[in-house]
Design a protein around this ligand. Structure first.
Ligand code: UD1
Length: 421
């Protein structure tokens, strides 16, 4: 198994190019199931999650020609509608094939994803909404078996809770449904905007894109024909590199980024004393004279993203004073706290609230990655820890960060990937 060896204390400088967004690419790959014609996706990030979902498409009978950042996908040849446990258990986002498979084929079986390190993460809202659209759903032997032999029917869906994956699944299902679907309390993340735009550019009328109420006029079963899609920049990867600049007191530039998508992270780093030069597709971060503490609460977009909570905790742990961080989206997304404390941080946890007392120095230690974003927080902390930190279980990082050690090395970090003896 690979691990990362990071020697802290190096200043970073230069420019890092931000990859395409994993969380935009995943629903877009799933949406290709709505078509029986080839579609080309570009600017895909080179990460394991993308390869996992593409593998699932080939297991269903789709044809995938994938190299680097480009995939040509032809789902005209799908013969199976069963998304097996072997794949879904590797990546929860595989549940995104549920809506499009059901909408196009009238039936599918998708393994239940189960819990994960950051909480239970149920899919009840996805299922309830599909039932409201006329699907019959049975849970048997760990699988969701969904049936709608005469097609899905558009209806009014009110999500009890804002759900990114749930909104994506229902947007895709609604695209081929009969009649109009209205989604109230929809998520409005940039990744959902891009999914809606992709479907709209295939001729499906969607109103309210980017708002919390979406109205979708379905094609009554007619498969879509997509134009090529260029995946939007990854706002979480971008935010992580901004945090790398902030924690190492370095000036770095992010290229190929959409500054509008990371406003919440920029605002918080500004309040911590960092400054920025923002252009249309690039951002330069200048370090704070003294890092100030920050208070933040994770909420849905455009609020502060839960996917940036761990990285900000690492930065706050080096600020002068006490920061308060509240996690509102996931019940168990503080697994990085004990690992950061192993590196010398002073973080006290009660329920969904962490009190982070800034310390002057971190000390290197052996630490363990627990989930994707928690892992990147450990990398950030290791960049400033005195000595050499080993981070194990980095397969979590490989799921979502494109060439992390290559990009950090190019910025001047001392970071190496090693194999366990
Ligand atoms: C997506 C992102 C993930 C991000 C999260 C929140 C992808 C691939 N993943 O995950 O990186 O952290 O949004 O921004 O895009 N919930 C239910 N029932 C449901 C669905 C969700 O109770 O049926 C709950 C979840 O447990 C969680 C909250 O709603 O507490 C938000 O989850 P959701 O927005 O669905 O997250 P994901 O789509 O899984």
């Amino acid at each position: 198994m690979d691990y990362l060896e990071i020697t802290g204390g190096k200043k970073l400088s230069g420019t890092v190019t931000i990859s395409g967004a994993k969380n935009a690419a995943l629903p877009i790959i799933a949406a290709t199931i709505l078509s029986d014609k080839p579609v080309t996706l570009t600017n895909l990030p080179n990460v394991v999650d993308i390869r996992t979902l593409l593998k699932l498409l080939t297991m269903l009978g789709g044809k995938v020609d994938h190299e680097n950042t480009v995939a040509l996908i032809d789902n005209g040849s799908i013969t199976s509608t069963k998304a097996v446990y072997e794949i879904v258990s590797q990546m929860r986002a595989s549940i995104l094939v549920l809506g499009p498979l059901l909408a196009r084929f009238g039936e599918c079986e998708v393994s239940l994803p189960g819990g994960c390190a950051i909480g239970q993460r149920p899919i009840d809202l996805h299922l309830k909404a599909l039932e409201a659209m006329g699907a019959k759903i049975e849970i048997k032997s760990g699988y969701v078996h969904a049936m709608a032999p005469n097609g899905l029917i558009g209806t009014r869906i009110i999500f009890d809770k804002i759900t990114v994956g749930g909104t994506e699944n229902i947007v895709m299902a609604a695209a081929l449904a009969k009649g109009t679907t209205t989604i109230i309390n929809a998520a409005k993340e940039p990744e959902i905007v891009q999914l809606c735009e992709m479907i709209a550019s295939a001729g499906v009328k969607i109103e309210g894109i980017g708002s919390s109420e979406l109205t979708i006029e379905g094609t009554d079963g007619k498969a879509l024909e997509f134009k090529n899609v260029e995946i939007i920049p990854d706002r979480i990867e971008a935010g992580t590199y901004l945090c790398a600049g902030a924690i190492t007191d370095s000036t770095i530039t992010l290229d190929k980024v959409n500054p509008n998508h990371i406003r919440a992270s920029i605002d918080k780093l500004e309040s911590m004393g960092c400054s920025f030069n923002i252009k249309e597709e690039s951002i330069t971060i200048y370090p704070a004279e003294k890092l100030k503490p920050v208070n933040l609460i994770t909420i849905e977009y455009p609020g502060f993203p839960t996917d940036m909570q761990a990285q900000f905790m690492a930065v706050a742990a080096r600020a002068e004073g006490e920061s308060i961080i509240e996690e509102r989206l996931f019940e168990n997304r503080f697994m990085h706290v004990s690992e950061l404390n192993r590196l010398g941080a002073d973080i006290w946890l009660k329920g969904s609230i962490a009190a982070v007392k800034g310390v002057e120095a971190f000390n290197a230690a052996d630490v363990m990655a627990t989930d994707l974003r928690a892992s990147s927080a450990l990398v950030l902390a290791a960049l400033v820890a005195e000595g050499t930190t080993n981070i194990r279980r980095i397969y979590h990082l490989d799921r979502g960060y494109d060439n992390l050690e290559g990009k950090l090395t190019a910025l001047g970090a001392d970071i190496r990937r090693k194999k366990e003896a």
